[in-house]
Every structure is written in C-alpha cells, then in structure tokens.
Ligand binder design. Structure first.
Ligand code: PRP
Length: 181
C-alpha cells in the first residue's frame, strides 16, 4: 500500500508510543470505575484494540456503528445508527473510542444519545483531531494527534472502505482518487 501514499503524517511508532501515554492517563483516572469502552465502528477498531491492551484496569467493551459519511470525502450531515450498543449504559462510565473527530457531528450525536440513556459519565478519546473541519462545538477529552485538513487514511481511516489496515496515518496520493471512475 506504500505506493498509494503521498506522505506519512503519523508513523506506526509514533502512534504506538502515544497510545501508551493515553492508556496510562485514562487507566489512572478510571482505576475503580470499570469503564465501558465504546468503539465507534468501523474506524475506531484498530485504535480500540491497541488502546485497551495497554490499559491495566478492569473494563468492558462495546461497539456502535454509526454513519455520517457517504462513500467519498464529504459528510452527508446525517448521523444514523447502524449498530447499537448491546448492553444498557445507565449508570456506566462510558468512554467513546474514535479514530477522528472531524466536524464533530458524530460525537455530538452520540453524547446526546447516551446522556438521554443516563450514562454516569461520558468522555471521548480520539486518535486524531482535525479542528479545521469542526462545525459543532465539540472537543474530545483525550487526543492522540492534531492533524491538518488533509484527507488521511490508515489505522482505521478508509478510502471507499479500503486502507483501514494500513498501519500508519497517511495522505493519499491525489492520483489515486482522481483516477477513479
Ligand atoms: C468517521 C470517523 C468518525 C466520524 C467523524 O466515521 O470514524 O466516526 O467520521 O466525523 P465527524 O466528526 O464529521 O462526525 P464514518 O462515518 O466515516 O464511518 P467509518 O468509521 O465506518 O469509516
């Protein structure tokens, strides 16, 4: 996949080092709270998997799949639930695990939803933050890396469903998407 990339924004080593720091910080705060880590699919999957392995505390995992984008680059502006949580969250300390906060619509929607379900607390850890794209007043509680307004792929982030398994955060070569039908 290297040949598809114009630039590596965050290397695999940088990602893994930052995950250790985030995991230690979050684990210290939730030591006796048994947090419910909620991966926002699909992009949050690689980050969730690496993050929880570094957290030396008792915790639970759950998954939500929501959609805010079409197949291309622009958000449709809607958030739809494709897969809901499998357990009730009333009274639980929830931590959303995301790959990126872009406009902030997804997390704004998810916060409101879990607040209405009476979660005890709700926080978000996002590997990436793209503040230039924000349309909602949303700020994640923990951020791995702030990135510029470039279309990035890898480590959970896709282009038309692919490249989520590329192990670092990269900018796609323009020719890749200009050549598509
Ligand atoms: C991406 C990403 C976040 C959301 C962020 O998900 O994983 O969930 O968009 O954008 P926002 O801040 O503008 O709401 P997407 O809907 O593309 O689904 P995916 O994770 O399955 O790729």
């Amino acid at each position: 996949m290297d040949e598809l990339m114009a630039e590596i924004l965050v290397s695999e080593d940088q990602i893994q080092a930052r995950i250790k720091e985030l995991a230690a910080e979050i684990a210290a705060e939730y030591q006796d709270k048994r947090p419910l880590m909620v991966c926002v699919l699909k992009g949050g999957m690689p980050f969730m998997a690496d993050l929880v392995k570094q957290m030396d505390i008792i915790l639970d995992l759950d998954f939500m799949d929501v959609s805010s984008y079409g197949d291309g680059f622009e958000s449709s502006g809607e958030v739809k639930i494709i897969k809901d949580l499998s357990e009730p969250v009333k009274g639980r300390h929830v931590i959303f695990v995301e790959d990126i906060v872009d406009t902030g619509r997804t997390l704004t929607y998810l916060y409101d939803l879990l607040q209405s379900r009476q979660a005890a607390s709700i926080k978000t850890v996002s590997l990436l933050d793209k503040p230039a794209r924000r349309s909602q007043d949303f700020q994640a509680d923990w951020i791995g890396f702030e990135i510029p307004d470039k279309f990035v792929v890898g480590y959970g982030l896709d282009y038309e469903g692919a490249l989520r398994n590329y192990p670092q955060i990269a900018v796609l070569k323009e020719s890749v998407y200009m050549d598509r039908d």
